[in-house]
Write a protein that binds this ligand. Structure first.
Ligand code: SF4
Length: 471
């Protein structure tokens, strides 16, 4: 048994978090041991993001920092995987291997061959680079693991929440986005594989499953669409041992692929939670058109109306991009108006970052950086106020919370609600401390920052189910 340890650092989206678990299981099965402590690792793997230039710069900076370990550990390896690996390939300096999203299954082989070369030669060699052919026709990688990898990990190492990838890549080619170039075209995974993975996770005690895709509601496999997949998941989970996995969530939905069928599935599926992440990106039709998003502001607002009409207690979150090429003051004002009108529970807000290879890269006119920053600040101020008001509405209510662990500060615990809101709470000495994975009831007392904070009322309640069945 070898005694080589590895540590994975994940940047970017949930898909990377999911892929990092797949990489961990592939390496574990080949005798490598995962460590949570970067200082103790023989191999540090960075799972990177290319969506914004800043994300790449951060990862490059980190590769520089990691070089310090080489002095103490002559066999220390640095690996770069994920979107930046695919995007920048062997131009990444300071790494021993650079592997794109299609090459994860080969990682044990690659690492083995690098160790052999290192032991047989003191000469510094170039990084081993494995990225897929960037021609999209040839980008036909299958899922790194058609048979679920994370479920082969011991139950004790599994978190109470798990991501399950239902599709990869994206066909939308939004003009600002690099994802279709680094992750390839959309490929949906067979529903039987997805259900199998979820069933195995359920039997290992996972309490919440989040179905993942860059544009998850674009899912389509052998005539099964995403709404049907959600309902199949809901039905299947009612049959498995102990009727486990009480909560099903999903992300990210594309507004152009919204449907009444999906709204009905959220409303009717007993285990499907009341949360949808629906990126609006801009409130200006002119900008949306340049972004190639495939919907108008009016259409987006119509979906919000329909969603809230069917599921009044749903939480809606979004992504917003400001300072896109050609965004005028008037266009930006339109975004602010829409934000005030929708009143999102939460928004991820960014300023536009030029990505070479995307359609928008050469678009004009460019919004000066100073204006991008000003607009972002203005947007953040307005949305933060709305998020604060939304969170304040929880004060005095009792929330059902899935306990996820200890909070960063003090002895408090934290967890998530069905609406995917983070709640921090303290226990009382009268109630035994709940454990990660327990469902509890928390009375919300106040906000600390933006986070609802409360007191534990009871533990191990029967997790809530949707009660809004159609007649
Ligand atoms: S939908 Fe658009 S923004 Fe989202 S991953 Fe696909 S191309 Fe990128």
């Amino acid at each position: 048994m070898r005694n080589i340890t590895f540590h994975i650092i994940s940047y970017g989206c949930q898909m990377n978090v999911y892929d990092s678990r797949i990489i961990a299981s592939i390496l574990s099965e080949n005798g490598y041991k995962e460590t949570a402590d970067e200082n103790k690792a023989d191999i540090v793997i960075m799972n990177t993001c290319s969506v914004r230039e800043h994300a790449e710069q951060r990862a490059i900076g980190r590769i520089g920092d990691l070089q310090k370990f080489r002095e103490k550990k002559p066999n220390f390896l640095i690996g770069v995987v994920g979107c930046m690996a695919q995007n920048l390939g062997n131009s990444i300096k300071g790494a021993d291997f650079v592997v794109g999203p299609s090459g994860y299954r080969k990682l044990p082989e690659i690492i083995e061959s690098i160790f052999k070369t290192k032991n047989s030669s003191s000469k510094k060699s170039n990084a081993y680079t494995l990225t897929s052919n960037t021609s999209l026709e040839l980008y036909s990688d299958i899922f790194p693991e058609p048979v679920p990898a994370q479920v082969r990990m011991p139950a004790s190492t599994l978190h109470p929440t798990a991501f399950v990838s239902v599709m990869r890549g994206c066909n939308n080619f939004c003009s600002y986005c690099i994802v279709p170039y680094v992750r390839g075209r959309a490929r949906s995974r067979p529903s039987s594989d997805i259900l199998k993975e979820i069933e195995l996770l359920a039997n290992k005690g996972v309490k919440e499953i989040t179905l993942l895709g860059q544009s998850v509601n674009e899912y389509s496999y052998n005539g099964i669409n995403f709404s049907q997949l959600l309902m199949l998941t809901d039905e299947m989970l009612k049959q498995v041992q102990h009727d486990s996995v009480p909560w099903i969530k999903f992300t990210t939905s594309h507004p152009k692929d919204m449907s009444q069928e999906l709204i009905d599935a959220i409303r009717d599926g007993e285990k499907i939670c009341e949360w949808i992440h629906l990126p609006i990106q801009s409130g200006s039709n002119e900008v949306l058109k340049k972004m190639g998003r495939g919907y108008t502001k009016e259409k987006y607002l119509d979906w919000i109306y329909k969603i809230r009409k069917s599921i009044p207690n749903i939480a809606i979150t979004t992504d917003i991009l400001v300072g896109f090429h050609g965004e005028s003051d008037k266009n930006f004002q339109e975004t602010l108006e829409v934000i005030k009108e929708v009143r999102f529970d939460f928004a991820y807000m960014f300023k536009y970052s030029e990505r070479p290879r995307t359609k928008a890269y050469t678009m004009k006119p460019i919004v000066p950086e100073k204006i991008r920053i000003e607009r972002l600040e203005k947007l953040i101020n307005i949305q933060n106020e709305i998020s604060y008001e939304k969170s304040s509405e929880l004060i005095g209510t009792t929330q059902e919370v899935l306990v996820l662990g200890k909070s960063k500060k003090g002895n408090s615990l934290y967890g998530k609600t069905r609406q995917n809101k983070t709640i921090v709470f303290d226990s009382s000495s009268k109630i035994t401390l709940p454990l990660q994975g327990d469902f509890v009831e928390v009375k919300i007392k106040e906000l600390r920052g933006w986070t609802p904070y409360g007191k534990l009322l009871s533990k191990k309640i029967e997790p809530q189910r949707t009660q809004r069945k159609t007649s």
